[in-house]
Ligand binder design. Structure first.
Ligand code: PGA
Ligand code: ZN
Length: 453
């Protein structure tokens, strides 16, 4: 068969922070090759799949990935040679079993994900299919199998809320101002993002975003924030002590761009609150050195959502503060999008728990948090079945690999969060979405923004 895997190669390359990461190449009998590079986070959740690093302080401060590369070459490759690259589910399950740990810590989620994505890429290329199209078939196949499952008396087990449009181009959620672990701890909150809710197409959304981003640069300058540098994801990283100051600057940029806040343009936050949650309290510098209880933190976010055109809040509460999350969700879940990132870590079991407990109403989906494409599709399926929104997301450590752009389109995820419109590891994805929009031509559907209530 043409799509028989004949060789798998892996190497250590560098990500956008100059930190080593795993690149994998999967070769098939017809001469095709699929290449993928694994991303890496900085504000990682405790429950993420494990990234295997060498720990040898003599190289890259212990962050080398030679062991993960070796695991691809000596453990995974021999098991996959001779298999069909179109068997994504079988290959991913085989790697999960071969690893044998609950969090992929033996072989490394970075080793496993590189192979998983490389396999999808080579298989798409053998079928002469654009990756987004290939992934849309793969997702549809996985969801169809689920829909066909029956319980012992023949009742269907599966139920999927029909996708609005699959495949479709996602609404970008774009980083404007960075704080927290991504910008030297200047602000408590990690990301202040732009939602181009009034845009009618992906390319229009992108154009609007660049205009807002540029205008914000000059607004910051006007307000005395000189020499503003950009953070890990390309967002501005001004030395700004108060979180609401960042919001004011963004609102000024909306006004200067001629955008109507709340109608054309809205704000999203990634609070990434796990990183200032200690001993059961939220330690915000902004609260005048006071720490806040979960209820107080939820109330603070609620007051922000009332005062400003904020339509989405990610990780408003910490990764294991389930009780706090319930309070936050009952307070705001009917009004705005509440995304679980560190909370769910793209993990089917944690997402199921959230759905059962009525926590959050959306999930951030990062392929390297779980480590295989198949499990990523499973998380998207579970979310869709429960009516949870989905946002495909990059990591703060990224590369030229643009697979997540195709994944967002192919699965009709609705939204994508890549970072800002600066730094080429971000633009690699934005530009891939432009290519896909062009490829789809008049069939291109754009998810746009839909109100939560
Ligand atoms: P990370 O940040 O990649 O550093 O985890 C992204 C996010 O928190 O959404
Ligand atoms: Zn996050």
């Amino acid at each position: 068969m043409n799509d028989t895997i004949t060789r798998i190669h892996a190497r250590e390359v560098l990500d956008s922070r100059g930190t080593p990461t795993v690149e994998v190449e999967v070769h098939c009998a017809d001469g095709s090759m699929g290449r993928a590079i694994v991303p890496s986070g900085a504000s990682t959740g405790k429950h993420e799949a494990a990234e295997l690093r060498d720990g040898d302080a003599k190289r890259y401060g212990g962050k080398g990935v030679r062991r993960a590369v070796q695991n691809v070459l000596t453990e995974i490759a021999p098991k996959l040679i001779g298999r069909s690259a179109s068997d994504q589910g079988g290959i991913d399950r085989m790697m999960i079993d071969l690893d044998g740990t609950p969090n992929k810590s033996r072989l490394g989620a970075n080793a496993i994900l590189g192979v998983s994505l490389g396999v999808a890429r080579v298989s798409a290329s053998i079928q002469s299919s654009p990756l987004w199209h290939y992934l849309s078939n793969l997702a549809a196949g996985a969801w169809q199998t689920w829909l066909n499952l029956q319980d012992e008396v023949g009742r269907p087990l599966g139920r999927i809320i029909p996708p609005r449009d699959t495949p479709s181009l996602p609404l970008p959620m774009v980083n404007l101002i960075s704080g927290g672990l991504h910008a030297g701890g200047n602000l408590d909150f990690q990301d202040f993002l732009f939602l181009p809710i009034g845009s009618r197409s992906y390319s229009e959304a992108l154009e609007m975003t660049v205009e807002v981003y540029r205008t914000l640069g000059s607004v910051l300058k006007q307000h005395g924030f000189e020499g503003v540098l950009v953070g890990d994801e390309g967002g501005y990283g001004p030395k700004m002590p108060e979180n609401d100051r960042a919001i004011e600057m963004i609102l000024a940029a909306f006004a200067k761009t001629g955008l109507n806040a709340g109608k054309d343009a809205a704000i999203a936050l990634d609070v990434a609150s796990t990183h200032f949650y200690h001993d059961g309290r939220y330690h915000l510098r902004d609260a005048g050195g006071e720490s806040l209880s979960s209820e107080e933190m939820a109330e603070l976010l609620g007051s922000w959502a009332n005062a400003y055109p904020i339509l989405s809040i990610e990780d408003g509460l910490a990764e294991d503060d389930w009780a706090g999350w319930k309070i936050l969700t009952s307070m705001l879940g009917k009004k705005i999008q509440l995304i679980g990132d560190d909370l769910f870590v793209t993990n089917p079991e944690r997402l199921k728990r959230g759905i059962a407990e009525g926590v959050a109403n959306a999930v951030l989906v990062k392929v390297n948090q779980i480590g295989t494409l198949t499990e990523t599709l499973e998380v998207l399926r579970i979310a869709r079945e429960a009516g949870y929104r989905t946002v495909i997301s990059a990591r703060s450590g990224e590369t030229e690999d643009s697979t997540i752009a195709d994944l967002a389109v192919g699965t009709g995820a609705g939204q994508i969060k890549i970072g800002s419109v600066a730094r080429s590891e971000r633009l690699a994805k934005y530009n891939q979405l432009l290519r896909i929009e062009e490829q789809m031509g008049s069939d291109a559907k754009f998810a746009g923004w839909t109100r939560v209530s």
